[in-house]
Write a protein that binds this ligand. Structure first.
Ligand code: PEP
Ligand code: MG
Length: 877
C-alpha cells in the first residue's frame, strides 16, 4: 500500500522527492535530535494523486492524515478544537526544490470560536489568543477562500485608526474581538458561508489549498524560470505551532550560516521579538540584525549559533534557517541550503574546499553555471560612478549594477521592457504578485523590508540587482512618484542602483567590464583541470575575440564572415558585387573586398595567437545585403552608378519565398564560386601575413555552411584547396589549415559518413539543425513557442536547449557515421546551444571535442563542461 503521510520521525534528508525539501529537512533535524516542533508531511505523491483525481482528495489519503493527526495529538497532549489546551498547527508547502514565497502558508490552524478561549486559558494571555485567531482568519481566507487580503487589511487599519495606533501589537483585546467579528462577517458576505469552525475541515481545506497553490501563476512562472518540472508536485507539512508572539521573551527570525550576498563566513540574519512567522520575511516591521539577539537573549543566541554551525557541518553547505523563540525556548522550523548570489556561491564553495569541508568536484557542482552570468556583466564604471549624484542608500540586497527608468508596478515594467526600455521596479515592498515585473526589470528598489524580505530573496535567486529597505524613500505608488530628501522622481525618469553598496543614484551611470579574479579565477582553474571538453568562442571581430580570450576561450569556433560585410565602408562594395551582371563586374567588386576581409582576418588571428580559428565562408542569402524600399533602392542606384529600374529588378529577382531554405550557404558558392574564392584568398593571405610578422603559427579552419550533399562539399573543398595552394605557392609560405563543414542540415547528419570523406572537421550548427528538424522558423517560432511551453509540450525552447530526442539523435548519428569514415574527425558545436549548460552536458556525452559560444558565455561553458565531466564520472562509477 502506498504511504501518503510521514511523521517527521519517519523521514530523513534523502527523501526530498517524496517529502519535499522542507519535509525532508524537518525529518532530518528531528532525526538528529534538534528542537523541532512535532508534525507530519503529506507527500508529493499525494499531491500528484490529487491532480490525477481531478482535484479530489482520496479517502485513503484523508484517513492517513487523520491517523497522523491523532498521533500528533497524542504526542503533544493537545487536541484539535479543545477548549482547554487546543492543538494548533501550521500548514506549509514544501516542494522538492525550494521555491521561496511562491506557494502558500497557513499559521494557527485549529482556532475557532471555542478553541480561542482554550488558547487564552492555557497561555494566560487573552490578547495573544485573539490576535492569533485574527491572523488565522485573515491568512486562511486569503489562501483557502480566495478573499483578497486588502479587504482584511482595511478593517484592521480602520480599527487602528479609531484609536490612533501605529502598530498591530498595540491593539486592545476589545479591538481584536471587534476585528474578528468583522472578519467573519466579511467571510460570510464573500463566500455565503460561515468561517469553518471544524479544525479537521480547516485542515483538509488548507492542505488542498496548498496543493492548488502548486499551480498558481507565480509558482508556474518561478518553475519556468528555474527549469523545475511541473510534475514534481509539492508536499505539505503540518506542524504543531510554536509562538513567537507570546510577549517579550518570544520572537522569530531567519538566519544564514554565511552571508548570502558575499559568502562571508559569519552568521547573517534578522529577527523580530514578539512576532510571528511571516512578519520577518514580509518586511512589514523592520527587523533587527541577528547579532543583536546576543544582547536581547544571550543564551538563546549562543544556542542558535551552535545549532547553525552544527547544521552547516551536517549538510556541508551554507544553511538558511528559520527559528522561533517561544517564551525563551528555541525551536528550529526549517533549514535548507541557502539561496545565494553567484559571488557568495563561489566564495562559499572555494572557502569550503580550503576549510576541508568539501572537495573541488563538489565545489564545482555547487555553482549553477548560469549563475555566473551575474558576474560576467558590466559593473558601474569607477569614473562615472564618482561623478554620479547619490540620492540615498538602502540595503545591498542583491549585487550588480542597474540603470533604467523608474516604474511603480510590475505591469508597467513588463510593458516598458517589451518596448526595449530598461526599467527599474520601485515598490514600497514587493510581494509574489510582482514576480513578472521583477523578471523584466533591470533592478529592484524597495522602501521597506530587510535582507531577507521578499524583494531581497527573490532578486538574489534571479541574480538581479536589488536595493531594499531604503528608509528615506517616500514611495507613492498611486501617483507613480517617489520623494527623497524633498526631491521628487516621476515615472519614466532615470535612476541607477548599486546592489553591492545599496547606493541609489539619480540619472544614468556608464558601466565597465567585469574581470575574473580571486576565488572566481581559482574556481575556473579547478574547472579547467576537471573538464575534457574544450571551450571556444563565436567571435567576428578582434574586440570580441579579446574579451573571449580574457574569459578563457581556447579558440574561435565560429567567425561569421557576413558580419564583416555590413561595415559602412564595405556594404557599398558588397552590394555592387551582388548586383553585378557578369563575372567580370563581380570580380572587380570582390577584388575591392579582398583587402578588407584580409585585414579582418589579420586582426582575428593576432588576437587569437596560435589558438585555432574557424572561419565560416559566406552564409546568408544575398538579398539580406540589399535595400528593399523604393527610396533606398534609388539611393543605392545613385551611389553605385546603376540604373534604378535595373537595380529594382535585381532586388526583385533575389527575393525568395523562404530565404532560410533558399539560395544561401554553400549554395551561393555553387553558383558564384568567386565569392568563396575571394574569402579563401583573404584567409590564407592573412595567415601568411601574421606568420611573417609575428611568427605565430596561425591555424585557420575553413568551414563550409549548409552542406546537405557530399558533392556540394566535394566541389567546394576542391575550390578551397586550389585557391589556397595558389596563394601559398605565390608567397612561398606554407600554412596549415583544415577544411570542414557545418552539420546543420538533417541530410548532412544522415549521410555524415559520405560528407566526412571531404571534411576534416564537423561543427554542429544546431540553430539551423533545430530549425530544419522541427521545421520551425528560427525567426518566427518565438510567437508560438511560449504557448508550447505553457501547455508543457516543450519543457524548454529547443532553440535554447538541444532537443536531445530529435536534434540530438541526428547529432549522435552524425558523430557515429562521421567517425566511421574518419576516425580523427574533429567535432564541435557552434549553434547557440554551445553556451547552454544542459546542452554542453549532452555534447560531453556525445564525445565532441569542443563547444563554442558567445564571449560572455565562455566561463559558463567552462564550468558546465567541468560539471559534465564530474556527473559523467559519478554515473559511470
Ligand atoms: C547554426 O545554424 O547553428 C549556426 C551557428 O549558424 P547561423 O546561426 O549563423 O545560421
Ligand atoms: Mg546556420
Amino acid at each position: 500500500m502506498v504511504k501518503y503521510v510521514y511523521a517527521f520521525e519517519e523521514g530523513n534528508k534523502e527523501m526530498k522527492t517524496l517529502l519535499g525539501g522542507k519535509g525532508a529537512n524537518l525529518a532530518e533535524m528531528t532525526r538528529i535530535g534538534l528542537p523541532v516542533p512535532l508534525g507530519f508531511t503529506v507527500t508529493t505523491e499525494a499531491c500528484n494523486k490529487y491532480y490525477e483525481d481531478s482535484k479530489e482528495m482520496r479517502q485513503e489519503i484523508i484517513d492517513e492524515i487523520f491517523i497522523n493527526l491523532q498521533e500528533l495529538e497524542h504526542k503533544t497532549q493537545k487536541y484539535f478544537g479543545d477548549i482547554k489546551n487546543p492543538l494548533l498547527v501550521s500548514v506549509r508547502s514544501g516542494a522538492v526544490f525550494s521555491m521561496p514565497g511562491m506557494m502558500d502558508t497557513i499559521l494557527n490552524l485549529g482556532l475557532n470560536d471555542e478553541s480561542v478561549e482554550g488558547l487564552a486559558k492555557v497561555t494566560g494571555n487573552e490578547r495573544f489568543a485573539y490576535d492569533s485567531y485574527r491572523r488565522f482568519i485573515q491568512m486562511f481566507s486569503d489562501v483557502v477562500l480566495d478573499i483578497s487580503k486588502y479587504k482584511f487589511d482595511h478593517i484592521l487599519e480602520v480599527e487602528k485608526g479609531k484609536s490612533n495606533l501605529e502598530f498591530d501589537t498595540e491593539l486592545t483585546l476589545d479591538s481584536l474581538i471587534n476585528i474578528i467579528k468583522q472578519y467573519k462577517e466579511l467571510v460570510k458576505k464573500e463566500t455565503r458561508k460561515s468561517f469553518p469552525q471544524d479544525p479537521k475541515e480547516q485542515l483538509l481545506m488548507a492542505i488542498e489549498a496548498v496543493f492548488d497553490s502548486w499551480n498558481n501563476p507565480r509558482a508556474t512562472i518561478y518553475r519556468q524560470l528555474n527549469d523545475i518540472p511541473s510534475h514534481l508536485g509539492t508536499a505539505v507539512n503540518v506542524q504543531s505551532m510554536v509562538f513567537g508572539n507570546m510577549g517579550h521573551t518570544s520572537g522569530t527570525g531567519v538566519a544564514f550560516t554565511r552571508n548570502p550576498a558575499t559568502g562571508e563566513k559569519k552568521l547573517f540574519g534578522e529577527f523580530l521579538m514578539n512576532a510571528q512567522g511571516e512578519d520577518v520575511v514580509a518586511g512589514i516591521r523592520t527587523p533587527q540584525t541577528i547579532e543583536h539577539l546576543k544582547d536581547v537573549m544571550p543564551e538563546v543566541y549562543e544556542q542558535f549559533n551552535n545549532l547553525a554551525e552544527l547544521l552547516e557541518k551536517h549538510y556541508k553547505d551554507m544553511q538558511d534557517i528559520e527559528f522561533t523563540i517561544e517564551r525563551g525556548s528555541l525551536y528550529l522550523l526549517q533549514t535548507r541550503n541557502g539561496k545565494r548570489t553567484a559571488a557568495a556561491a563561489i566564495n562559499t564553495a572555494v572557502e569550503m574546499v580550503q576549510e576541508g569541508i568539501i572537495n573541488k568536484e563538489t565545489a564545482i557542482m555547487r555553482i549553477e553555471p548560469m549563475q555566473l552570468d551575474q558576474l560576467l556583466h558590466p559593473t558601474f564604471d569607477e569614473k562615472s560612478l564618482k561623478q554620479a549624484g547619490k540620492i540615498t542608500q538602502g540595503l545591498p540586497a542583491s549585487p550588480g549594477a542597474a540603470t533604467g527608468r523608474i516604474y511603480f508596478n510590475a505591469e508597467d515594467v513588463v510593458k516598458a521592457s517589451k518596448e526595449n526600455e530598461k526599467a527599474i521596479l520601485v515598490r514600497l515592498e514587493t510581494s509574489p504578485e510582482d514576480i513578472e515585473g521583477m523578471v523584466a526589470a533591470q533592478g529592484i528598489l524597495t522602501a521597506r523590508g530587510g535582507m531577507t524580505s521578499h524583494a531581497a530573496v527573490v532578486a538574489r535567486g534571479m541574480g538581479k540587482c536589488c536595493v531594499a529597505g531604503c528608509g528615506e524613500l517616500r514611495v507613492n505608488e498611486k501617483n507613480k512618484t517617489f520623494k527623497v530628501n524633498d526631491k521628487v522622481f516621476k515615472e519614466g525618469e532615470y535612476i541607477s542602483l548599486d546592489g553591492n553598496t545599496g547606493n541609489v543614484y539619480e540619472g544614468r551611470i556608464s558601466t565597465s567590464e567585469p574581470a575574473l579574479s580571486g576565488n572566481f579565477a581559482e574556481l575556473m582553474k579547478w574547472a579547467d583541470e576537471i573538464r575534457s571538453l574544450k571551450v571556444r568562442t563565436n567571435a567576428d571581430t578582434p574586440g570580441d575575440a579579446e574579451v573571449a580570450v580574457k574569459f578563457g576561450a581556447e579558440g574561435i569556433g565560429l567567425c561569421r564572415t557576413e558580419h564583416m560585410f555590413f561595415d559602412e565602408e564595405r556594404i557599398q562594395v558588397v552590394r555592387q558585387m551582388i548586383v553585378s551582371k557578369n563575372i567580370e563586374e563581380r570580380m572587380i567588386a570582390l577584388n575591392k573586398l579582398l583587402p578588407f576581409q584580409m585585414q579582418d582576418f589579420v586582426g582575428l588571428f593576432k588576437a587569437m595567437g596560435d589558438r585555432p580559428v574557424t572561419i565560416r565562408l559566406l552564409d546568408p542569402p544575398l538579398h539580406e545585403f540589399l535595400p528593399h524600399s523604393d527610396d533606398d533602392i534609388k539611393i543605392l542606384a545613385e551611389q553605385i552608378n546603376a540604373e534604378y529600374q535595373g537595380l529594382k529588378e535585381v532586388v526583385e529577382e533575389l527575393k525568395e519565398f523562404n530565404p532560410m531554405l533558399g539560395h544561401r550557404g554553400c549554395r551561393l558558392a555553387i553558383t558564384y564560386p568567386e565569392i568563396y574564392e575571394m574569402q579563401v584568398k583573404a584567409i590564407i593571405k592573412a595567415a601568411i601575413e601574421v606568420k611573417n610578422q609575428t611568427n605565430i603559427a596561425v591555424k585557420p579552419e575553413i568551414m563550409v555552411p549548409l552542406v546537405g550533399h557530399e558533392k556540394e562539399l566535394q566541389v567546394i573543398r576542391k575550390l578551397i584547396i586550389d585557391t589556397a595552394t595558389i596563394v601559398m605557392e605565390e608567397s612561398k609560405t606554407e600554412i596549415e589549415y583544415l577544411v570542414g563543414t557545418m552539420i546543420e542540415v538533417p541530410r548532412a547528419a544522415l549521410t555524415a559518413n559520405q560528407i566526412a570523406k571531404h571534411a576534416e572537421f564537423f561543427s554542429f550548427g544546431t540553430n539551423d539543425l533545430t530549425q530544419m528538424t522541427f521545421a520551425f522558423s528560427r525567426d518566427d517560432s518565438g510567437k508560438f513557442i511560449g504557448e508550447y511551453r505553457r501547455k508543457e509540450i516543450f519543457e524548454k525552447d529547443p532553440f535554447e536547449r538541444i532537443d536531445q530526442a530529435g536534434v540530438g539523435k541526428l547529432m549522435e548519428i552524425a558523430v557515429d557515421l562521421g567517425k566511421q569514415t574518419r576516425a580523427n574527425l574533429k567535432l564541435g558545436i557552434c549553434g547557440e546551444h554551445g553556451g547552454e549548460p544542459d546542452s554542453i552536458y549532452f555534447c560531453h556525452k556525445l564525445g565532441l571535442d569542443y563547444v563554442s559560444c558567445s564571449p560572455y558565455r565562455v566561463p559558463i561553458a567552462r564550468l558546465a563542461a567541468a560539471r559534465a565531466a564530474v556527473i559523467n564520472k559519478d554515473q559511470s562509477k
